[in-house]
Design a protein around this ligand. Structure first.
Ligand code: HEC
Ligand code: HEC
Length: 229
């Protein structure tokens, strides 16, 4: 594998730099990741996978690393790491992959995330050839609005709506290829559904299911499924 390393990060115009972050400051932010990740020449896996060549790499895509089922599944569904996906994952890993093994509280500061993403990008092959996502991506908040999280669901209504879900998801909580959604904390469930609705999560069927549901309906489904073991 040929890789361009940090020294080869192309010079950017000030405007680009403002949008894409400062790799030098990102190196400092990356100290928070070093306990679990290596990057650069000779990097190997630690608790987390090595992070060379991340841009354009399929999520959970290294065959010699043992990923969580959720991250491996997202990769199989077609999720590829780009700036927007990384921004969401680094902000709150569980909002993108519910059962991720990355036990990291996330980086709340959007500037710090931009910087660390610029740093990571320097270790991807030919970073200059990779299409940037629109800068508006940074204005989006991967966390669900607290007002939406605060909506109180009605479990009886949730049960009524759930017939649409249980054609695929099993009420007994078994994971037979399709993940279990019973007994989840309500907040995680709501966050996952809104991640499909906002298309941060890539699965097309779930995007369609979530798009049809109102915030109240999602809250009701969440309280209902939470009560199932
Ligand atoms: C406590 C350990 C830990 C820390 C700290 C941590 N990670 Fe991770 N990271 C992991 C693990 C474990 C995985 C594999 C996750 C899975 O399989 O769900 C992972 C996965 C990833 C992936 C997906 C890689 C792939 O091959 O798909 C990226 C990107 C990533 N981490 C970036 C970061 C960044 C950037 C930081 C610092 C801001 C960070 N991580 C901090 C443990 C950690
Ligand atoms: C046609 C089958 C199908 C139907 C119907 C369906 N789902 Fe899903 N659901 C899936 C699949 C497949 C996944 C895994 C998608 C992925 O990898 O992101 C999933 C994932 C999920 C997740 C995230 C699980 C995780 O581990 O991250 C939630 C939450 C969820 N579905 C809720 C629902 C709800 C609520 C309904 C009903 C409104 C529903 N689903 C209807 C197939 C379905």
């Amino acid at each position: 594998m040929t890789l361009a390393f940090a020294a080869l990060v192309p010079a950017m115009s000030p405007v680009q730099a403002a949008e894409t972050g400062d790799a030098g400051r990102g190196a400092v932010v990356f100290r928070q990741c070093r306990s679990c990740h290596e990057i650069g020449e000779g990097a190997g896996h630690k608790v987390g996978p090595q992070l060379n060549g991340l841009f354009g790499r399929r999520a959970g895509g290294l065959t010699d690393f043992d990923y969580s089922r959720g991250l491996a599944r997202a990769g199989r569904d077609g999720m590829v790491w780009d700036r927007e996906k990384l921004d969401i994952y680094i902000a709150n890993p569980k909002s993108l992959v519910s059962d991720t093994n990355m036990n990291f509280r996330g980086i709340g500061d959007a500037d710090d995330r931009r910087h660390v993403i610029a740093f990571l990008r320097g270790y991807s092959a030919s970073p200059a050839n990779i299409v940037e996502s629109a800068p508006t991506a940074f204005a989006r908040d991967p966390d669900v609005d607290p007002a939406t999280l605060a909506i109180e669901g009605d479990p009886a209504y949730g049960e009524y709506l759930s017939s649409e879900c249980t054609t695929c998801h099993r009420v007994d909580g078994a994971d037979a290829g399709i993940p279990s959604i019973t007994g989840w904390p309500e907040e995680d469930f709501v966050t996952a559904m809104h991640a499909y609705k906002a298309r941060y999560r890539v699965h097309p069927v779930m995007q369609m299911m979530a798009a049809r549901l109102s915030d109240e309906e999602i809250a009701s489904l969440a309280v209902y499924f939470e009560t199932l073991e």
